[in-house]
Design a protein around this ligand. Sequence first.
Ligand code: FMN
Length: 193
Amino acid sequence: MINVHVIYAHPGGHGFTGEVLDAFREGLAEAGHAYTVSDLYRMGFRPDLSRAELERRDGDPVPEDVAAEQARLDAADVWVFVYPVWWADCPALLKGWFDRVWSVGWAYKPMRLRPARTALVLCTAGYDVAELEASGVHQAMRTAMITDRIGGRAERSEFVVLGGSTLRGDDPRRWAEVRAEHLRRVRELGRAL
Ligand SMILES: Cc1cc2nc3c(=O)[nH]c(=O)nc-3n(C[C@H](O)[C@H](O)[C@H](O)COP(=O)(O)O)c2cc1C
């Protein structure tokens, strides 16, 4: 059994990203893995780095909500980020989560966190992967999330884009196939961790 912590950033409703989260949880449950979820919108997580946080030095306390997130990550072997692609990146709430939770003295200068065995990014997108690669957006998103934000904080990282959700309105029959394949893949990723 491994301990998994999921950081989920979607405002809610019956969207595809929620289905991805559910399929991933099913895979985790099938494999008997333990997991916790930080549902950032539901928690009302504050994304803005305050002046006091900006000016704090290594050794100064971090805010309670930041300490709680760091404790969940330190307790987990695997970190999973689930979110929709918005304007070629994660939602601003998740970006702000990094601004605050990746604090000095924990995530860097020096890095005291317990590195994850695996960091897995699952993002849903309107465009399909071929389109995102052709525009360079796929590489840019991967570089920001995996090379920069995760970096050496995980021993192994994987970046998965579950694209093509514009088909929902444009070609519902094709979307049913694409959606089913994405959900099958995500469930298997949860099971095979
Ligand atoms: C504000 C906003 C910006 C978006 N920007 C992009 C984008 O840059 N690239 C992309 O492929 N899809 C983009 N999309 C489409 C979303 O990625 C897509 O609707 C989402 O993954 C579907 O998940 P949901 O049904 O859970 O909301 C955007 C959607 C919104 C609402």
